[in-house]
Write a protein that binds this ligand. Structure first.
Ligand code: AMP
Ligand code: MG
Length: 416
């Protein structure tokens, strides 16, 4: 049996980079940039007012303090530029500053006087100097500079920048199509009534929820009977639909209906590994189909299925999208844990930040692979290394947050 690390390495070795495609910026959200984004416009695009106030020229600034200045125009956001004359001008936040503007004085620092004939003057109530409250063209982004590097998974904050720069299309790694095939005669869907001996399919909905956050699109979703023929037919259908990742659940253990390894070999697949020194998920299988699609035979127990998805499927998807392997967070164990040496344990855990900014780890009770409730209380996986037997309080361990956004945080190196 191979180790957890060997299994991860085998998956990464076989996961090839996806081709790149141009996508509309909205459709590209959640996908990974295949090239740097270079700004073709500057931000701001023009010098504009940072405050509601008054645009003044150098001549105005040269006047003795308290001199009333004639006030003529109003420059609002969206108005075209004009040239400031002898009069000062009201200006609104975001409005292009008129030609000849030396400074913008905020409304709060001036008073306006209206004469009987309706004409207006403005008097400064605070000292003013050149260059105040003007956002300069290109101060945020200069046209021609790299604003997002290749390898960025596009998030809403990136979408804002692309929109501001008029970048309506971006080149990303092609979305990975995935199939989810749930085997088991005992399974029914979550809305159906249960007959004796039946259970609800919880792995399928979990995978359907988890895969998009990893950058995959579920293109085929099926519940299958315990039949090698039905399994083989579904795998073929998935390949024909262009799925590059196929996940099946169940039928990889030692039971009489555990047909997955033989069915895959009959399809001409290379079974790269089957069974590893990891819990939960010991029976996990990984194969490469003749089409090059990667097949993950995840065990049916819900935690085995989740560990397989979070570690092996995620590792493959990151590689396919051109992302570096996920870096663990390093957290301090708060209660001792005993384990059998020789096995890597992937445990449901909670991470919390202490008052002195220490990342604290608690391994939850109820680690059996059938228990779903503690998974719903967890916010991370803790990895208990293969060689260890007793892990003491204060031990620093690798942890992987369940929230995928956290996994994009830059973290320190994973060295112990
Ligand atoms: P198997 O790997 O097929 O031997 O299944 C192992 C255990 O997981 C059994 O208790 C199954 O009933 C259960 N199981 C299999 N598939 C699912 C599923 N899709 N959702 C929830 N539990 C499952
Ligand atoms: Mg089964």
């Amino acid at each position: 049996m191979i180790s957890f690390e060997q299994a991860l390495a085998a998956v990464r070795q076989r996961a090839g980079l996806q081709p790149d495609v141009m996508l509309a910026a909205d459709a590209a959200l959640g996908h990974v940039l295949a090239e740097d984004c270079i700004a073709t416009e500057s931000l701001p695009g023009f010098d504009n007012a940072a405050m509601d106030g008054f645009a003044l020229s150098d001549a105005h600034l040269a006047l003795p303090p308290g001199t009333p200045m004639a006030l003529h125009e109003v420059q609002a956001a969206g108005d075209a530029r004009f040239t400031l004359g002898a009069a000062a001008c009201r200006i609104m936040t975001g409005a292009v500053v008129p030609e000849g503007t030396a400074t913008v004085v905020p409304v709060e620092d001036a008073t306006v006087h209206t004469a009987a004939d309706g004409s207006q003057t403005v008097v400064l109530t605070a000292p003013a100097s050149a260059g105040m409250h003007i956002r300069r063209a290109g101060e945020d982004v200069q046209a021609g500079t790299r604003v997002l590097p290749a390898g960025t998974r596009l998030q809403p904050q990136h979408r804002m920048l692309l929109a501001a720069l008029g970048m309506s299309e971006v080149r990303v790694r092609a979305p990975v199509l995935a199939a989810v095939l749930c085997t088991g005669a005992e399974l029914v869907d979550d809305h159906a009534a249960l007959a004796d001996g039946q259970i609800r399919n919880s792995n399928g909905p979990y995978l359907r929820a988890a895969l998009p956050a990893m950058g995959a699109t579920v293109a085929l979703y099926r519940r299958l009977p315990d039949s090698a023929a039905a399994y083989a037919e579904a795998v073929r259908t998935a390949e024909q639909a262009g799925c590059r990742i196929i996940l099946s659940t169940g039928a990889v253990s030692m039971g009489v209906h555990d047909f997955v390894p033989d069915a895959l070999r009959a399809l001409g697949a290379e079974v790269v590994f089957h069974k590893l020194q990891m819990r939960p998920g010991k029976p996990t299988l990984f194969a490469v189909l003749p089409s090059g699609a990667l097949l993950f035979g995840l065990p049916g127990n819900p935690m085995s299925c989740a560990v397989g998805a979070c570690f092996f499927v995620q590792a493959a998807l990151r590689q396919m999208q051109g992302l570096a392997p996920e870096l663990p967070l390093r957290a301090v164990l708060q209660a001792p844990v005993r384990k059998k040496p020789g096995w890597t344990l992937i445990q449901k855990a909670t991470l919390a930040v202490s008052d002195d900014a220490q990342l604290q780890l608690r391994v939850l009770a109820g680690q059996e692979s059938f228990r779903i409730q503690p998974f719903a209380q967890a916010n991370a996986w803790a990895v208990l290394p293969e060689s260890d037997a007793e892990l003491e309080v204060g031990r620093v361990l690798d942890c992987y947050p369940l929230q995928p956004a956290l996994s994009e945080w830059p973290c320190g190196p994973a060295s112990a």
